[in-house]
Design a protein around this ligand. Structure first.
Ligand SMILES: [Zn+2]
Ligand SMILES: [Zn+2]
Length: 576
């Protein structure tokens, strides 16, 4: 998958153009295209091969041609021809959020800052703060951005790590000596970012598996290979470590490598209290290495310790072992519990599929209902719609309904919450909707009290059903806007409004902690994909489910696990 590489090239071009003072509109177009390519789930090279690059929203003929050019030649003539005129140090510095072309030039020319390390040193020595028009406040903001950049380079987002691991597992399964293969570590716990990617294989013939692993088509580079362990870098530039264990030890190995560290420390302490010990071969009585009490499966391992199997998503050492001992583990929601999706977009705003394509994707997934919730007008960059345009869209949706007797189509909107707390649609229009999703997309820097009352005022509107991506965070790019989540959840509880768990891999918002806080208050959850393309409907729900499971959510706590009649009863409730 070359999406990240292509996105980097488009960004470099945009930065070069900006440094040279070229047309800002075109610069913005390239940046926007880079973001879309980067977050698109399908390999861009496959789309290019099938001449489908322009299906991506915002990518026209000229950017489409550049993408193809990059894939064919490994570079862009537009970058090369600008290169002699572009100061390379400034270009590097512009990778830091908050450093635009003017500042990058200022740092490069006035302080001879050439690299990000130089910038860190200049910040530490106070030189940056002393520059004209800068000061300590901006210097501090830059320090924070540098820390963030550093953190980002060390942990991969789940949406990159998981598909990379899955591709390796898929290719490994072709090897006859592989009895079973699983991904361990934080990916298996659905943590939102991951350090190492550990794949475990059960096999009686590690030599053959090692051979096969280091020669998989997905391998770009072999970093090291021993008898039972190897590390490779995939063509998507992701490092993956493989361990081969004997089939009779795969359960205990999977348990150990899934972690978390905190969970395993507590589990081992429990073993000691029970006169047992756990090692890489199994669970044994402390004084008898010959009697293996459990090792083939995780279930056996936990049972040997007197516990039911604990789902990986709960293994954070945060009370799950005590719950398991009391027999009080929640029955977590699973993907098959979901009956529909209440937050999707079409190409009438910033999606890339038609209404009919979205509906068919919902049908293919076997959903009982699907809501189309395009953006309201305030969101200019998304092509947001006026009330009348949304009404026209709803008419189209209703016209399609008879073709889909097994699936209910819901006419909805993702209504923007203005900074002055007004909603972006009239009450009269909102009342006509089957489902109303409200969210914040602008003025993200306002103080916590402002954002909190913004959300609460939307929650008080009797037509609002769901608050979407409640904290607004974008993983690895920006923290959320600040809110008093407890106050927002209290308002949801008293007004019967549900809170979203977004399956968009860059959001996963609410997160596990927020979900727990919602469940404690009896606030209902809605698991949505916020799909902007038809295939996301099928692919992204699992990210919402994994996140909800980390938060301990059961099917009962989630509105869109209900059948259509149940959903309708909830949507028609008295909100006040
Ligand atoms: Zn949104
Ligand atoms: Zn949305």
């Amino acid at each position: 998958m070359k999406n990240r590489e292509v996105a980097a090239a488009l960004r470099e071009l945009a930065d070069s153009m900006e440094l040279l003072g070229e047309d800002r509109y075109r610069v913005a177009n390239y940046r926007d295209a880079a973001t879309r390519v980067e977050h698109h789930h399908e390999p861009i090279e496959v789309m290019a091969e099938e001449h489908r690059v322009e299906q991506l929203h915002g990518i026209g003929k000229s950017i489409g041609a550049k993408i193809v050019e990059y894939l064919e030649t490994g570079t862009l003539a537009a970058i090369e021809e600008r290169r002699p005129r572009v100061p390379q140090a400034a270009l590097r510095l512009m990778q830091i959020p908050g450093v635009g072309p003017k500042r990058a030039m200022q740092f490069a020319q006035e302080l001879n800052v050439q690299t990000i390390a130089d910038l860190q040193a200049a910040l530490d020595s106070g030189q940056i703060a002393a520059l004209p028009r800068l000061g300590e406040k901006i210097a501090e903001a830059l320090r924070i951005e540098l820390q963030r950049l550093d953190a980002r380079s060390q942990r991969l987002p789940l949406a990159i790590a998981l598909p990379a691991a899955e591709e390796v597992m898929r290719q490994l399964r072709a090897c006859a000596e592989v009895q079973s293969v699983a991904v361990a570590g934080s990916i298996r716990r659905w943590r939102e970012t991951t350090g190492d990617i550990d794949i475990l294989v059960a096999s009686s013939d590690p030599t053959v598996v090692m051979e096969a692993f280091t020669r998989l088509p997905v391998v770009k580079q072999v970093l090291g290979a021993g008898d039972t362990r190897a590390s490779i870098v995939t063509v998507a530039d992701v490092q993956i470590d493989l361990r081969v264990v004997a089939p009779e030890s795969i359960g205990v190995a999977l348990q150990y490598f899934t972690g978390s560290k905190e969970h395993n420390v507590k589990l081992r302490a429990l073993a000691v209290r029970r006169g047992l010990k756990v090692n890489e071969y199994g669970v044994f009585p402390a004084d008898d290495d010959s009697r293996n009490l459990g090792s083939r499966s995780e279930e056996e391992v936990y049972a040997a310790l007197g516990l039911p199997w604990i789902p990986p998503e709960l293994r954070e050492g945060a009370g799950e072992i005590e719950m398991a001992r009391r027999g009080a583990l929640p029955v977590l929601v699973s993907e098959s519990d979901l009956r529909g999706d209440l937050h999707t977009h079409t190409r009438l705003t910033d999606g890339s599929s038609t209404i009919a394509e979205m509906v068919r994707a919902g049908l293919e997934r076997g959903y009982a209902y699907l809501a189309i919730t395009d953006h309201s007008q305030a969101l200019g960059i998304t092509g947001g719609l006026t009330d009348d345009e949304l009404r026209a869209e709803h008419a189209q949706i209703r016209e399609l309904q008879p073709e889909y007797p097994t699936m209910q189509l819901l006419c909805g909107v993702e209504v923007d919450i203005h900074i002055d707390e007004r909603l972006d649609c009239s009450d009269e229009f909102l009342e006509s909707c089957d489902v109303v999703v409200a969210s914040i997309h602008s003025a993200l820097q306002k103080p916590r009290s402002v954002q909190t009352s913004r959300l609460i005022s939307a929650i008080r509107n009797p037509h609002v059903d769901v608050i979407a991506h409640p904290t607004g965070r974008l993983l690895g790019r920006r923290p959320g806007y600040e809110i008093d989540l407890a106050a927002v959840l209290d308002a949801c509880a008293s007004h019967g409004v549900a809170i979203e768990v977004s399956g968009q891999p860059s959001r996963l918002d609410l997160d596990a902690d927020g979900i727990r806080a919602a469940l404690e208050r009896g606030v209902k959850l809605v698991l949505n994909t916020d799909s902007h393309a038809a295939d996301q409907i099928g692919e992204l729900m699992r990210y919402a489910v994994g996140t909800a499971r980390r938060g301990g959510a059961t099917a009962e706590s989630i509105i869109n696990t209900r059948d259509f009649a149940g959903l309708q009863r909830w949507l028609r409730r008295e909100h006040t």
